[in-house]
Design a protein around this ligand. Structure first.
Ligand SMILES: Nc1ncnc2c1ncn2[C@@H]1O[C@H](COP(=O)(O)OP(=O)(O)OP(=O)(O)O)[C@@H](O)[C@H]1O
Ligand SMILES: [Mg+2]
Length: 271
């Protein structure tokens, strides 16, 4: 197949988490500032929550990238479920201490407590997918945070069926909770267009009329992951047409029919 402008546009919507692809949205940048401020406060642990696909991992990556130059910050993208491994990784990252054998909570706690804080700002550990840590583990993380020698930012998704943040350990006031939400139609428009423009796909960016944005929003509820999937498929269909029946597609605006085809294909609507 020969390349088409739709191919590049399609690949913009691959579902990946990379700080360099981060799109600044107004509502998120307010939250971002709250988080950056709260990272400097002692005591408070930060809880970032929201439904799957609302951009928590993306947000953490961006935050990590931006604060790493100012303070010690580590992002654990996948949970380290083995307790000893978890403490050993922390010991290595925070203090550059290597342990060969097992390291249990009591031992590690002693290390943390005896540590003089050399940095002006407390080091930050960011834990993504934290819904996978056990309740006991979360309680230990809280105790570590109580030493005020390490700070935790925790991201987890709140699913409908289990209301994780209602659990006891998130009830205490040491938590600063921040919720990420799906995009509003106006935000979705900015999201889609900025994403395309960043990749120099100016022509396709201008094809998204308010009408097409509203339809996409209706189908995805403004969820970033679902929107990615939908638009990826949408441009894949456009690419196909461009190869085979190029005079069948209008180039000035996204067709509602193709949006619907893409939605059926991605399972957002039932055929
Ligand atoms: N601000 C943003 N800028 C650019 N892309 C974003 C942004 N927010 C979300 N995305 C896109 O949406 C996709 C889903 O976001 P992300 O993976 O961060 O969701 P999540 O909340 O961590 O979901 P889960 O709970 O399933 O882990 C990402 O792959 C990314 O492409
Ligand atoms: Mg995630």
């Amino acid at each position: 197949m020969k390349p088409s402008i739709y191919e590049d546009s399609r690949d913009v919507f691959l579902d990946t988490v990379d700080a360099k692809d981060y799109i600044q949205l107004e509502r998120i940048s307010t939250i971002y500032q709250v988080l950056k401020d709260s990272i400097k406060k002692p005591f408070k642990m930060v809880l970032l929550y929201g439904k799957p696909g609302t951009g928590k991992s993306m947000f953490l990556s961006k935050l990590h990238e931006s604060i790493a130059s100012e303070q010690k910050a580590y992002l654990y993208k996948t949970p380290i479920l083995d307790e000893s491994e978890f403490y050993k990784t922390l010991a290595q990252d925070l203090y550059e201490i290597r342990y060969d054998g097992e390291l249990n909570f009591t031992q590690f706690m002693r290390v943390v407590e005896n540590r003089e804080l050399v940095e002006a700002i407390v080091p930050v550990i960011m834990l993504d997918e934290a819904q996978l840590y056990s309740t006991i583990m979360m309680e230990k993380i809280r105790l570590l945070s109580d030493t005020r020698k390490v700070k935790f930012v925790i991201a987890l998704h709140k699913t409908e069926k289990e209301d994780i943040i209602a659990k006891e350990h998130f009830q205490t006031r040491i938590w600063e909770s921040i919720k990420l939400e799906n995009a509003l139609p106006s935000e979705l428009k900015i999201y889609i267009q900025k994403k395309l423009m960043k990749a120099n796909c100016i022509d396709t960016a201008s094809m998204f009329t308010p009408k097409s944005i509203n339809l996409i929003h209706k189908l995805t509820d403004g969820n970033y992951r679902d929107t990615n999937k939908l638009i990826y498929t949408l441009f894949d269909i456009y690419h196909y047409y461009a190869q085979n029946t190029p005079n069948k597609i209008k180039r000035n605006e996204i067709s509602a029919k193709i949006i619907e085809m893409a939605a059926i294909h991605t399972g957002l609507i039932n055929a």
